[in-house]
Design a binder for this molecule. Structure first.
Ligand code: ADP
Length: 451
């Protein structure tokens, strides 16, 4: 993790270096070339005015040859040494007529204007009488000044670059430090210390809100782990009872010689316990598969009245034994896309409960209704009802309102959880409305899809 943070810092720095180098180079190039152009312009002006003055003052006299009408003081400037300007005057025949101290051979210019003859720059003018006048000057001092200027630009650029990069490095470190702290804290969240959370710090920054988001995710994961742990513990607990029954019955039966009737009775007890275990294991499997998103659900047209009718047929013996009457309110024709078997399981769980938690002489009414985009199945009973405080957790696993009564009736508290999970898989909802001692109504609402 540390490596990763470091490489982000290096990447940031590399990007910043590229931008800085680009900026410094462009800036220096612009400065350098504008200084160079200005200097060349100034030099041209300097030799340009001189060549014009000499061209105006020069004339070729038949008798005296080429003469310059200029003061000695003016001309003194042209004999100042190596870097001083120099001039030449050619007559109309192209022979050198006049010259100041000229450094080496100067070729006769072919046109007026400026020319570069490194390390010199020269200006040419045509004068009177076919004369050609040239003024030149050494560019060495200018080139030296330019080299110095370039060096100082490079130096300043290097300082800007170094300062910029150092500031960038420090800034990146400051920005990344909380991320490193967060990753260390996240690494410290273990099973042994699952409630440890990231320091949210200043929530108004992006990192603060990232920490808050991560904390939320950790909370949800922690809850999920806890739920699963509770589920496993509850499931084991539920399985223990029938397993103990099987073990105790078998041990008792094998303890001594028994009559055939006693063996039969023992086997019957074992069969009941095994059935209960099978039922429980089936339920657990359904829920676990639903959790893993692995509960295959068909999408066939399902007629809700038909399904309800089938359920009522199925539970008729149970209702008769409990002295509860059954009624169906609703005609066929209300169809939803879904898994017929699973929907029947869900409704069966509701109707079984409505019979189990009813009273002798009571009634269970299943009604099917069409609500436009949705369809609903309501299971209404005249039973014991559910106290308000238990309703919120009613659809959670292993929830029993009345432990003694549920256990006696064989419920592990999974029926409603399974119904809820099936309905959820269909994109529907399940709700309960109940008045203690009067009765309860469970309503499944399902989307009708494009049926
Ligand atoms: P169980 O297998 O225990 O019936 P369920 O998940 O089906 O588990 O139901 C959970 C609990 O909700 C039951 O134990 C019972 O206390 C309560 N309950 C469910 N349906 C009804 C109902 N129609 N009337 C009263 N209580 C109910």
């Amino acid at each position: 993790m540390r490596e990763r943070v470091r490489s982000i810092r290096a990447t940031l720095l590399a990007g910043q270096a590229l931008v800085l180098i680009g900026t410094v180079v462009v800036f220096a190039a612009v400065l350098y070339s504008s200084r160079r152009n200005a200097d060349v312009r100034a030099l041209d002006e300097r030799i340009g005015t001189r060549v014009a003055a000499i061209a105006a003052a020069a004339e070729d006299d038949e008798e005296d040859g080429v003469e310059l009408e200029l003061s000695d003081a003016y001309l003194a400037e042209f004999s100042g040494g190596e870097d001083a300007p120099y001039f030449l005057v050619w007559d109309s025949a192209g022979a050198v007529a006049l010259s100041s101290g000229v450094p080496g051979e100067v070729p006769l210019p072919t046109a007026e204007g400026f020319r570069d003859r490194p390390p010199r720059r020269e200006a040419t003018r045509r004068g009177a009488d076919g004369l050609t006048v040239l003024v030149g000057v050494s560019t060495a001092p200018m080139v030296a000044a330019h080299r110095e200027f370039l060096l100082s630009l490079v130096g300043a650029g290097a300082i800007v670059l170094a300062l910029g990069l150092a500031a960038g490095w420090l800034l990146a470190g400051r920005v990344l430090a909380p991320i490193r702290r967060m990753s260390e804290a996240a690494a410290g969240i273990s099973e042994a210390d699952p409630t440890r959370r990231l320091d949210v710090g200043r929530t108004e920054t992006e990192l603060g809100s990232l920490a808050a988001t991560l904390n939320d995710a950790f909370d949800r994961m922690h809850e999920a782990v806890e739920r699963r742990t509770r589920f496993t513990a509850d499931a084991s607990h539920e399985l223990r009872t029938p397993v103990s029954v099987v073990l105790a019955t078998a041990e008792q039966a094998l303890g001594r010689e028994r009559t055939a009737a006693e063996y039969e009775e023992a086997l019957e007890t074992v069969r009941r316990a095994a059935r209960r275990m099978k039922h429980l294991v089936d339920d657990l499997l359904t829920l676990t598969r639903a959790d893993a998103g692995d509960l295959p659900l068909a999408r066939d047209p399902v007629d809700l009245a038909e399904v309800s009718d089938e359920v009522l047929d199925l539970v008729r013996p149970l209702a008769a034994a409990a002295d509860v009457s059954l009624a169906l309110d609703g005609a066929p024709g209300i169809v939803v896309p879904g898994d017929r078997e699973r929907l029947r399981d869900a409704v069966t769980n509701l109707v079984r409960n409505a019979i189990r938690y009813n009273r002798p002489g009571g009634r269970v009414t299943v009604s099917v209704r069409n609500g436009g985009a949705d369809a609903a199945i309501a299971v209404e009973d005249t039973g014991i009802g559910i106290p308000r405080e238990h309703r919120a957790r009613l659809f959670e696993r292993f929830t029993r309102v009345d432990e003694a009564r549920s256990r006696r009736d064989g419920g592990a508290g999974l029926g409603l959880a399974i119904a809820a999970s099936i309905v959820d898989g269909h994109g529907g909802t399940i709700d309960v409305d109940s008045t203690p001692d009067v009765g309860s109504t469970f309503t499944i609402t399902l989307p009708r899809g494009n049926e």
